[in-house]
Design a protein around this ligand. Sequence first.
Ligand SMILES: Nc1ncnc2c1ncn2[C@@H]1O[C@H](COP(=O)(O)OP(=O)(O)O)[C@@H](O)[C@H]1O
Ligand SMILES: [Mg+2]
Length: 475
Amino acid sequence: MSDTDRIGTLVSWHLMQFVWNFSYLFFVFVVMIRIDLKLTLYLMLLIPVAAVLIAYFQKHLVVLNRKIREINSRITGNFNEGITGARSIRTLVVEDTMQKDFEKDTDLMRKTSINATHYSALFSSTVTILSSIALSLVLWQGGKLNLAGLMQIGTLSVFMSYALNMLEPVQGMIEMISQLIAVQVNIERLNRLLNTESDVKDSAEVIEKYGDVFEPKKENWEKLKGEVEFRNVSFHYPDGDEMVLENFSLHIPQGMNVAIVGETGAGKSTLVNLICRFFEPTEGQVLIDGRDVRERSQLWLHSNIGYVLQTPHLFSGTVRENMRYGKPDATDDDIMKALKLVHADEMVSRMPGGLDAEVGEGGDLLSTGEKQLLSFARALLADPGILVLDEATSSIDTETEKAIQDAINVMIRGRTSFMIAHRLSTVVDADVILVVSDGVIVEQGTHRELMEAGGYYYRLYTRQYEESMTREALL
Ligand SMILES: Nc1ncnc2c1ncn2[C@@H]1O[C@H](COP(=O)(O)OP(=O)(O)O)[C@@H](O)[C@H]1O
Ligand SMILES: [Mg+2]
């Protein structure tokens, strides 16, 4: 906003001034040339000198202004982070460091701004000096002409008053140029933002058929059935060079409940990111219902996938408003039905105002478990063909976990689902469990099969089981 503001002022106000200054200068020159060509040419000699000086200052001012803008965004960013993360900052006792960082940035900002101001002050005094030189030139040469009897004193004084009046618009124009220099940085920043391209884009043909986000052609949308296939997929993140998946293949028939387990960083989230087309495979294909995800629009896919994360996100507003993010035209009846399915209906009726209860900023007024149940109900409202749960039960205590687990069992019935779970007790009922390690499926099968095999999964499971037993014994 501050960038566009500055560009706006330049266009609407300074540009007009520029036109005015320029035409004034133009006509003054015409008149001066008519009075005395030679004297006018003397004045024009100064122009290349001025050009060199302006170029010099331009270079420095652009660099400094760019730096100022950058520090400014950093300060705003840190400020924002400091406010949203206030609680963590306090519990980590890093107020001091944060304060010091902030002071360092603001200090740099002050120094750089002063430096820039010095340059622009030098710039304008240089202009004034140049103007005085111009005036001296006129006096000197004009005076000589006058002494030689070639120019009347009246003509000389007319010339001088023109030359004097010339200074103001010149200064105005140079002022405008320095504004232009400053704004160049804003334009650059804005351009960079506007030219940022999404890594994942629909092709022209896809948009032609399925429409884009603003004008979806829903009449051409197929119903998503929920068959998912990875075909020789290799993948690395755009900002990482290490391959997360290599030549990965997997076929999941429609309606299968898949659980994905493995250590942190194994590539579980990456798998579902590819299904949701948040990223595209570096090589190979991801197919939904037998067709490459790139053949259909992102909006179509996202409209048909329910995605629930470890940290559920609610928007500030009422419960009803939050539910409607799942389905904008949902009636209260639809909403209550979805809430009932995940056994959250009673919880909502206990809230002050029921569906009208405010959830607070980011759902702050609710517990994590409550937020998670609401986000489940919201995902259900959309009735997605594929459901993805990425560690949706991880941040919930064992008490609430039972309710959440029941809700999940209802949700995944009759649709393809991918459940990434940290706690293995939550995956025992899955149709197939994929054990992922280093981007490779090392084991695959039902809970029973994997336990009988006595491999990696068996070890993971018994370890967690023993831990929970020990915990219970201790309590
Ligand atoms: N946005 C990202 N950019 C670059 N690397 C990433 C990104 N997300 C994850 N990774 C890397 O990919 C690997 C797999 O991560 P992920 O799929 O998130 O693991 P997890 O099994 O814990 O969900 C990790 O080594 C991680 O560092
Ligand atoms: Mg993950």
